[in-house]
Design a protein around this ligand. Structure first.
Ligand code: MIG
Length: 685
């Protein structure tokens, strides 16, 4: 049951696509406050949601702000990251969900000011509030997702490994990455091209010195089973003769200053204009530009800097220089010195700049800060809508940095500029279920860490989590220690852990597709799967991946194992990655266990009575195309038999719902396995 209450005159974000929801006079559960609402929490109440954010799965005890920002320091003292995910579930005394459909700033004080009070504040009283009532958190998520529409589905190859770096500078550097993966037996499906593939950071151009025959090069890579995934930035460089710039100016497609002239900001290319992603015509135009790369054989993209990130606005820069001139002649004392110092540091990611420019939307002219959180969403939507037209039958990979609920229909996300820190492994685990609730199923972190120097053990342990996230991407910042898996000593362990990902793909893909097609979750907190287990409700470092799998990764340096809580009897699968993924199984009773996990091992757990179908190994796996999705080994502890619904398709086209994609697999108590599809062979492992 969903209730809706409209306050004032909301801007239509188009986040909601679901069937008509009747408006309610009074809403249940929440207490109205002057600038939002509140809820009195019981000590046992848990707060879920808010998508990609800092801190735990349970959001209690901190204050979060939906305010898309480009902040590369994902530390505990922050309140906002790149996206706006205004969906939460209260689970406890009462269990319900709520969603605030509003494109500006929303504050979620989750027991920060007052330990037991949830207080939500909306910047203006122009929004839609939805309350979702359901039997359980899982049911609430399901209903919410029907309201906001089906999640994005990437091509199957996008579940393979991606290697990225800011930046591979030319064709030969990319070739070298691919060759190193191949010679070390590390499967790979995609290499990312970061900003340096462009000509002077101009969107929809390719640098002719570095990539002189781009289409041929894309074809050469594809022949080896590798896709190139170029980056697209939000800002369009101001440069005479550059077609994207000139067309945008001519047609009035850029965001404007108050006086109607195009707004100028500084980002990578220097001065840029921002395409007005909220103007439907401008959005269609920007989307059509992706054709330049699609035509050269590109099948996947990532959209960056689309909060939008601003290094400086022309206006604030001018004021800053003027102020610095004033300081020049002054005696800089304790206060003026710090004010002077902060002037330049405060130029970038400065919220005030969002008040300086305007959009021409369907609902008239809007100042940016009032619709700020849907800019990145609409950049990705521009691409998604264009792909529908240009390639109606083909899945195109798309993931974005900024996001807002609604964008989940057009693309996934990567979780931005994390650091090579152990705490960020755990953070990436926390983000998975929280994003899933909000509809973002395709997601993943920069494995190994983006900022600062990494270490071999960190990268290995991070893969131990990352092989379970739909987007599996190793990425790092310019100037940091290189972290491609073949750079390290224990190559066999890296090869094995990547091979393991590919062995797991039949299950990972099947679970992903069922979650997407049925508005479910691919990854969920333990509490969702074991709602009556008081301890499972507290667990923050284990999650469920699909219906069968519980993961409990090691995320501390020098740890050679960890405590794992099993809510019920389970099958432990221990994988020795450095020995060709040799697997050992043991049945463990419910309870707390110390589980040793060496650096070259991955250990996971299969629920009793459930099946984990995996592919057959061998060194033949080089990419997703070489995985046999029709010859499965079943891992199970099923004394009373078990059944599994296996989803399989070509992974390229969009006829997702065909009944023949759903295969029924059964396993009886004696270990006899059967599938109801002649083309899918199954055998108990
Ligand atoms: O200001 O394109 O999050 O993944 O490597 C940095 C360069 C701009 C930020 C992205 C990161 C990417 C980087 N970009």
């Amino acid at each position: 049951m969903i209730y809706k209450k409209q306050y004032g005159h909301p801007f239509d974000t188009e986040s909601v696509v679901g069937s008509f929801v009747p408006a309610m006079e009074t809403i249940p559960y929440l207490t109205r406050e002057p600038d939002g609402f509140s809820y009195a929490m019981d000590p046992q109440d848990i707060l879920y949601g808010l998508g990609e954010n800092i801190r735990g799965i349970n959001k209690r005890g901190w204050v979060y702000e939906s305010k898309c920002s480009d902040d590369p320091n994902h530390t505990e003292n922050k309140s906002s990251l790149y996206g706006a995910y205004n969906f939460m579930i209260v689970s406890g005394k009462a269990t319900f969900g709520f969603f605030i459909d509003y494109p500006g700033k929303v504050t979620f004080d989750c027991g920060y000011t007052d330990l037991d009070t949830l207080r939500v504040t909306v910047a203006e009283e122009n929004y839609d509030l939805y309350i979702i009532e359901g039997e359980s958190p899982t049911d609430i998520v399901h209903q919410f997702r029907q309201l906001v529409g089906r999640s994005y589905i990437p091509p199957k190859w996008a579940f393979g490994a991606t290697q990225s770096r800011w930046s591979y500078m030319n064709e030969d550097e990319v070739r070298e990455v691919v060759a190193n993966y191949r010679t070390n037996n590390m499967p790979l499906d995609a290499v990312v091209l970061d900003i340096d593939y462009m000509e002077r950071y101009k969107d929809f151009t390719v640098d002719e010195q570095r990539f002189p025959h781009f289409a041929d090069f894309a074809a050469e890579m594809k022949a080896q089973g590798i896709r190139l995934v170029p980056i697209i930035d939000a800002g369009v460089k101001i440069e005479d003769g550059y077609d994207v710039y000139e067309e945008g100016v001519k047609n009035g497609y850029f965001c404007t200053n108050q006086d109607g002239t195009p707004f100028v900001a500084g980002v990578w290319p220097g001065r840029v204009h921002f395409p007005d992603m909220l103007n439907p015509e401008a959005r269609a135009w920007f989307g059509s530009k992706y054709k330049f790369l699609l035509n050269q054989g590109i099948e996947g993209f990532w959209n960056d800097m689309n909060e939008p990130a601003i290094f400086y606005s022309e206006e604030t820069l001018k004021k800053t220089f003027a102020k610095i001139d004033e300081y020049r002649t002054q005696n800089l004392d304790i206060s003026s010195f710090f004010a002077f110092k902060n002037l330049v540091a405060g130029l970038s990611n400065n919220e005030n700049d969002y008040k300086l420019f305007y959009h021409d939307t369907k609902q008239g002219r809007m100042r940016h800060d009032k619709v700020h959180n849907i800019f990145g969403y609409n950049m990705t939507r521009a691409a998604g809508e264009a792909f529908e037209q240009l390639e109606p039958d083909k899945r195109i990979l798309m993931y974005s940095r900024s996001a807002c609920i609604g964008m989940h229909r057009y693309g996934g996300i990567w979780t931005g500029d994390n650091q090579s820190w152990w705490s960020h492994i755990l953070l990436s685990l926390h983000m998975m279920p929280s994003l899933n609730m909000c509809g973002f199923l395709y997601e993943g972190p920069d494995i190994g860490g983006f900022g600062s120097n990494t270490t071999e053990d960190l990268v290995l342990r991070w893969y131990g989590v990352g092989i379970f996230s739909p987007l599996l991407r190793n990425h790092s910042a310019a100037g940091t220690r290189k972290q491609e898996p073949y750079r390290f000593k224990n190559k066999a362990a890296f090869a094995g852990i990547l091979q393991l990902r590919y062995l797991l793909l039949p299950y990972i893909y099947s679970e992903y597709m069922k979650a997407a097609l049925r508005d479910g979750m691919y990854c969920m907190p333990l509490a969702f799967a074991f709602p009556n287990d008081a301890f499972a409700r507290q667990v923050e470092d284990e999650v469920m991946i699909g219906e069968s799998l519980l993961i409990a990764p090691v995320y501390e340096q020098n740890a050679r194992g960890r405590y794992v809580y099993l809510p019920e009897e389970m099958l432990q699968v221990r994988v020795k990655c450095s020995e060709n993924d040799r697997m050992e199984t043991t049945v463990l009773p419910a309870g707390h266990h110390y589980i040793p996990v060496e650096l070259d091992e991955v250990v996971f757990f299969v629920r009793k009575g459930h099946i984990l179908p995996i592919a057959r190994g061998g060194d033949s796996i080089q990419n997703v195309a070489s995985v046999n999705f029709a010859d499965l080994r079943l891992f199970a502890h099923a004394p009373d038999g078990a059944a599994y619904e296996y989803y399989t398709d070509d992974g390229e086209t969009k006829d997702y719902d065909k009944p023949e994609h759903f295969v029924h697999i059964t396993l009886d108590a004696d270990g006899n396995a059967e599938s109801d599809c002649a083309d899918v062979k199954v055998e108990k492992a």
